[in-house]
Design a protein around this ligand. Structure first.
Ligand code: ADP
Length: 502
């Protein structure tokens, strides 16, 4: 009997491979970063071949560390940075362009064209998404318009589109071209109800149907394909789980009941609230998205608050300003001052996502005086993560009508205990961290393991969830309200800064 399930977790900054046992504990893993390519202001790219190389390396390294035979792995799940767009040649496997990353704003003009064409409502009602540079559809259109011969080749059926999940499954299985509804729900091309590509939206964006992958369940007993024996596993293992990273974290946190929510603190911050089999359209700037589809069971939906810059703000302090050497330092530096001295940092580097959806916003640091020092700015960066989360939680509470009692958290930045206390204080809500922090990888493993019967049902997964630590709000209500009012004022200062080309 196989003892493990594997998850490929290809995030915005790095790719991991993790092996989990039946209790949902990590048995072994390896992780490697890939290059962030910034060709121009507002543009962000990755090299898809580098991501595939890293994926193969982390799989090989993990197997070597764990000293196990591939036959001991029951199934493989994939989870990925969503929306990031790859187009490649069906015959050669060569990408026609670097991947255009979700944070990239080059498709602003295409989105404006859609707006002027009066298509906003059609996209919103069909896909649950606002017209924003974030999603894949406009990125596909940009490549078709800007890469020589791309349109003709796409129309001739020579090119394939995929998000990173599809790209990796295609490479791992030697040619299965599939995705799942969670990833497809971020393309602006999928009908949210029918879970099929929407021909009318494809026509509006002028994207050939032949490029698109088949949409299969997130956990698929029918199996997407077997890993190639000459690939990094050296064996044929079923690939049968696929979830976008934020949906995977929701599954990893076992938020299976309507009303349960999690927030993940990685490059960005992403809060998802399970709304059950019902599609809830937000009145407050949230997205409606597919949460998961397990086998034949009806799809479960979620409301999502997406924040573009969270942990990436800390990286920016390190890499662009040199204020810190390591993200972990922010914990001690942030605590070394009692407050930010009135300073606010709104990291609207690629516009503001939820709940504003303003591509004309750019980052500001306001309230500076001669008293302000490095610690205040570091603390303001941490607080920015928490205030952005507060705005999203407020929107969720307003949309659902039921205030959330406690927030389950995960992701790389949740190792920072000071950040977690700040979060509880700024929200006025309990914050809870699970023992297994790698909930994104775990969710992908769960999807794959359910498909092959490694785990019996959702209750078996719920039983694996264990609390590590929780934080209670300690700030009094008056200070909380004052701080939040200052933040709102700072956010207003970011609006209308960017012109069309910046
Ligand atoms: P992703 O999956 O989006 O690549 P991770 O979940 O691996 O991201 O989290 C990495 C992010 O967390 C980075 O942006 C990093 O700056 C941030 N981070 C890591 N450790 C800390 C810390 N101690 N305090 C604050 N932020 C941190």
């Amino acid at each position: 009997m196989p003892k493990y399930v594997g998850a490929v977790d290809s995030g915005t900054t790095s790719t991991r491979f993790m092996l989990f046992d039946h209790s949902g504990s990590v048995v072994a893993y390896d992780q490697q970063e890939h290059e962030q390519i910034f060709p121009r202001s507002g543009w962000v790219e990755h090299d898809p071949l580098e991501i595939w190389q890293r994926t193969q390396q982390v799989i090989r390294n993990t197997l070597a560390k764990a000293q196990i035979q591939p036959q001991e792995i029951a199934a493989i799940g994939i989870t990925n940075q969503r929306e990031t767009t790859v187009i490649w040649d069906r015959q050669t496997g060569q990408p026609i362009h670097n991947a255009i990353v979700w944070q990239d704003t080059r498709t602003d003009r295409i989105c404006q064209e859609m707006e002027r064409g009066g298509h906003r409502d059609r996209f919103y009602h069909g896909t649950g998404l606002p017209l924003a540079t974030y999603f894949s559809g406009p990125k596909i259109r940009w490549m078709l318009e800007n890469v020589p011969d791309a349109r003709a080749r796409a129309e001739a059926g020579e090119l394939l589109f995929g998000n990173i999940d599809t790209w990796l499954i295609w490479n791992l299985t030697g040619g299965q071209h599939v995705t799942d509804p969670t990833n497809a729900s971020r393309t602006m091309l999928m009908d949210l109800r029918r879970l099929e590509w929407d021909e009318e939206l494809l026509a509006i964006l002028d994207i050939p149907r032949a490029m698109l992958p088949e949409i299969r369940p997130s956990s698929d007993p029918g199996i997407y394909g077997l890993t190639r024996p000459d690939g990094p596993f050296g064996a044929a293992i079923p690939v049968c789980g696929d979830l976008g990273d934020q949906q995977a974290a929701t599954v990893g946190q076992t938020c299976f009941d309507p009303g349960e929510a999690k927030n993940t603190y990685g490059t960005g911050c992403f809060m998802l609230l399970n709304t059950g089999t019902e599609i809830v359209h937000s009145r407050n700037g949230l997205l409606t998205t597919v949460c998961y589809k397990m086998g034949d069971a009806p799809a479960v939906y979620a409301l999502e608050g997406s924040i573009a810059m969270a942990g990436a703000t800390i990286q920016w302090l390190r890499d662009n300003l040199g204020l810190i050497q390591d993200a972990a330092e922010t914990e001690a530096i942030g605590q070394s001052v009692p407050d930010t001295g009135g300073c606010y940092f709104v990291p609207a580097f690629s516009g503001l996502f939820a709940p504003y959806w303003r591509s004309d916003a750019r980052g500001v640091i306001v309230g500076l005086t001669r008293y302000t020092n490095k610690a205040h700015i570091v603390r303001a960066a941490l607080e920015a993560i928490c205030y952005q989360t507060r705005e999203v939680l407020d929107a969720m509470n307003a949309d659902s009508g039921v205030p959330l009692q406690r927030l389950k958290v995960d992701g790389g930045a949740t190792v920072n205990n000071f950040l977690m206390q700040l979060q509880a204080d700024i929200l006025g809500t309990e914050v809870v961290r699970p023992k297994v922090r790698e909930t994104t990888s775990l969710g992908a493993a769960y999807a794959a393991g359910l498909a092959v019967g490694f785990w019996e049902d959702l209750d078996a997964l719920r039983a694996n969830w264990q609390q590590d630590r929780s934080w209670q709000p300690q700030l009094d209500e008056a200070r909380r309200a004052k701080g939040y009012a200052g933040w709102k004022k700072a956010v207003e200062r970011t609006f209308g800064w960017a012109s069309e080309d910046t």
